[in-house]
Ligand binder design. Structure first.
Ligand code: UDP
Ligand code: MG
Length: 310
């Protein structure tokens, strides 16, 4: 029987871990198709997540493992830590809050068994129950990144997926510090099938993402997988250089024809200066974003620090 390794990032999830484990055990016993190996990653939780994981590991030491980080490193670091540990034939990435339906796992498993695909991913068909402002910006994000980057991301794609070991080895070879998994999964290639599903609410607890965290995550995604924003200054510079040359010629000709006329309009002048100033600052900001990422990357700090592992 084949083994599926599941990587489960947990940040302040004391209420959900046991619900998740029970749901998975029930599924495994019902389908009886695969064995499971769990890698729970305690991402520096402040609640009882760590002790719950320790108890779970003690009670089911044949299949449950966990890693506990020294502090909160983020979901991306947790996924990477999991990928470095798994030993199963296929590897799944799942949230612990049951928003990634375990019932889909057998179908995903069958699709990989057929041999046609290297990865089976999931994408939400709708965003029911999600904050409207966040949905609006998420939709915008997928449009922007798919326009700017060669790496395409299916709108609504989740991290929830089942992959072959070969694909996992490819992902492990991407050791970058600024990690954006949705981009990484797509960048490594391999044939992926996406299964659509209906969005559902958390089993318990609350989401740890807020608007600014998501916004920063979106910027990481764009900066990691596209040089598009860097072209902004080039295009703007080219455009305004052309406009200014036309302006200079127009002023010069006007002076030749009407030597004594004075040119008025300080209001328009101030507006133009502010506008150009704004574009310059924005361009510097974009450069800063990339330099900041380079700064983090060259320091080569570890992506996570392990406090305990079993
Ligand atoms: N998570 C994590 N580290 C963090 C934030 C979240 O490991 O810093 C985990 C969390 O425990 C959950 C998954 O990532 O298993 C998804 O988080 P959440 O449910 O809060 O996000 P949402 O489903 O609302 O996008
Ligand atoms: Mg969730």
């Amino acid at each position: 029987m084949k083994t599926i390794s599941v990587i489960v990032p947990c940040f302040n999830e004391q209420e959900t871990i046991n619900i998740y484990y029970d749901a998975m055990t029930k599924l495994k016993e019902q389908t009886n198709k695969f064995k499971l190996e769990y890698w729970f990653i305690d991402d520096g939780s402040k609640d009882r997540t760590y002790s719950i994981l320790k108890d779970l590991q003690k009670a089911h030491s044949d299949e449950v493992h966990f890693i506990s980080f020294s502090r909160n490193f983020g979901k991306e670091s947790a996924l990477y830590a999991g990928l470095n540990e798994v030993t199963g034939d296929y590897i799944a990435v799942m949230d612990v809050d049951l928003q990634d339906p375990p019932e889909m796992l057998p179908e995903m498993f069958d699709l990989l068994e057929d041999g046609e695909y290297d990865c089976v991913g999931t994408a939400r068909m709708d965003r029911e129950g999600e904050n409207k402002i966040i949905s609006f910006f998420s939709d915008g994000f997928y449009k922007v990144i798919n326009k700017m980057s060669q790496t395409k991301i299916i709108p609504g794609a989740r991290d929830y997926r089942l992959m072959t070991r070969q694909m996992v080895e490819a992902i492990k070879s991407m050791t970058e510090y600024n990690r954006f998994s949705k981009g990484i999964f797509s960048w490594v290639g391999f044939k992926t099938k996406y299964l659509p599903y209906k969005n559902r609410e958390r089993s318990a607890g609350s989401t740890s993402w807020n608007f600014w965290k998501l916004f920063k995550y979106a910027i990481t995604g764009i900066v990691d997988f596209s040089e598009g924003p860097l072209m902004f200054a080039t295009w703007m510079g080219t455009f305004f250089s052309i406009v200014s040359v036309i302006g200079i010629i127009a002023v010069f000709i006007r002076k030749l024809i009407y030597p004594l006329s004075s040119v008025g309009g300080w209001a328009s002048m101030v507006s133009i200066i502010l506008f150009i100033g704004g574009i310059q600052l924005l361009s510097i900001g974009i450069l800063g974003e990339y330099i900041g990422k380079i700064f983090l990357e060259v320091k080569k700090r570890p992506i996570y620090i392990v406090k305990d592992k079993k």
